[in-house]
Write a protein of this length. Structure first.
Length: 262
């Protein structure tokens, strides 16, 4: 909105300073944690930053999507949360599982530390695993870049820069072929434009995944020389029916939500 209406930078700085102060005050009043309910599940999220407060308050504008995912679980599934962040989806899923398992993929260290704290506070250890890798279309290493680093922030992406934080990349198919993890029944993908890379790396596993929830980034997919249309085409070719879930309710731009199901 600031870009659209050409808001002067000085006003933007004043706005963010006021918002940070407000969020710090709310975090202090909450005692550094808050309980959030979706459907039958209540999850406690730790709070220390503006982004964590905002994410807990509105769940990234994806409350209805989280509810839809939870509603289709019977508790026995293997769920992969690709781009888990601080656990907005992961914690609800782990809390809902009875004998299943959720694997959270989060290559960014700050978010991953909070993700572990949140999961530990909400679900038994046997219900979840955290992997410090980025699912992609090849096995190797890549530079992880970010517009900013803050617990709860979700703007990390794989970069072609020569310097930065190196992270391991892995194809989903390779993880399963090495018998490290079972084939997922459900996927949730939020990877800042790299959705097509994740799907390509799954290979023939997509033939067995029943349900995929995706956050698709229109402009950020340019980073990987792909396009949302290519993501949707890959899903249709794999036999999925696509159900549009609209845009996030917190007015994030350039993003839409999609459910691919059989």
């Amino acid at each position: 909105m600031a870009a659209r209406y050409d808001v002067p930078p000085i006003l933007m700085r004043a706005y963010f300073a006021a918002e940070r102060a407000y969020c710090r005050a709310r975090i202090a009043v909450a005692g550094g944690a808050t309980d959030i309910e979706v459907g039958d599940e209540t999850v406690r999220f730790g709070l220390s930053t503006r982004m964590e407060y905002r994410r807990a308050r509105d769940l990234g504008g994806e409350r209805a999507v989280i509810a839809a995912l939870l509603n289709e679980l019977d508790g026995t599934e293997t769920v992969w949360d690709v781009g888990a962040g601080v656990g907005t989806y992961t914690c609800f899923v782990a809390n809902a599982l009875t004998s299943g398992h959720v694997v959270a993929f989060e290559p960014e260290a700050t978010n991953r530390a909070r993700l572990r704290e949140n999961l530990t506070a909400n679900a038994p250890d046997e219900r979840w695993t955290i992997l410090p890798i980025a699912l992609a279309d090849r096995n190797g290493v890549a530079v992880l870049a970010s517009e900013f680093v803050e617990a709860g922030g979700g703007h990390h992406y794989l970069s072609t820069d020569d310097t930065g934080v190196l992270v391991q990349t892995q194809c989903g198919a390779a993880l399963v072929s090495k018998d490290e993890f079972g084939v997922p029944d459900v996927l949730k993908i939020d990877v800042q434009g790299a959705e097509k890379l994740v799907l390509d790396g799954m290979g023939s596993l997509l033939d067995t995944v029943e349900s995929i929830y995706l956050e698709i980034h229109r402009e950020k997919s340019d980073r990987y020389e792909t396009h949302p249309d290519a993501v949707e085409e890959s899903l249709r070719d794999a036999g999925y029916t696509l159900i549009p879930l609209g845009e996030p309710t917190n007015r994030r731009s350039g993003v839409y939500l999609l459910h691919a199901c059989r």
